[in-house]
Design a protein around this ligand. Sequence first.
Ligand code: FES
Length: 203
Amino acid sequence: MAAPSGPPDPGRRTLITWLWRLPVLAALAGAGFGAREVWRVHFNKPAPADPPRFEPREATLVAPVASFAAPWDAVEFVLAGWPALAVRLPAAVPGALVVEGVRDGAATDEAFAVAGFSRICTHQGCLVDLNRDTEAIAFAFNHRGDTPQLACACHYSVFDATLAGRVVSGPAIEPLPRIRLRVERSPDTGAHVIVADGAETSG
Ligand code: FES
């Protein structure tokens, strides 16, 4: 059989060249994406917005103010179908409710702060719990701190309520969305209660 003759086809040569390059480009793109994610996870966990932007939600009773008699007292509730949590903090943070002038059984001679957070982990959506055992957090979640933390047991992300829900450990990057809280008088009992009426939007 006669050998092919004539000049090589430039289009075919270009195609072959790119067939060799594609795997290399794909590998470089993958490495670049991986490096970007590692950088984001370890060095670029954004601080929560100050002030937060809340979207209104149907007002939902959280609990009587008296349920927050001491720092780290917490109550779980559901706001518009989303699990959430309100927790009394040692000091106010952006987006938190400052309760003052209320004396319904809580030790409220002084003002104190209660913050609301979504319990939906911003990593992959598992439920976040308030963990008060700092030793357990250090051992199981690889984060040592002085205060209780909002922790996700799925992949060990830790959100610091004293930093308004910022991620301090684990694969999650975005902070926990905050919940807007307010105080009102219960029409039934006359007691002061905490009500949730808004949720933080991103951006
Ligand atoms: S879902 Fe919470 S850390 Fe992954």
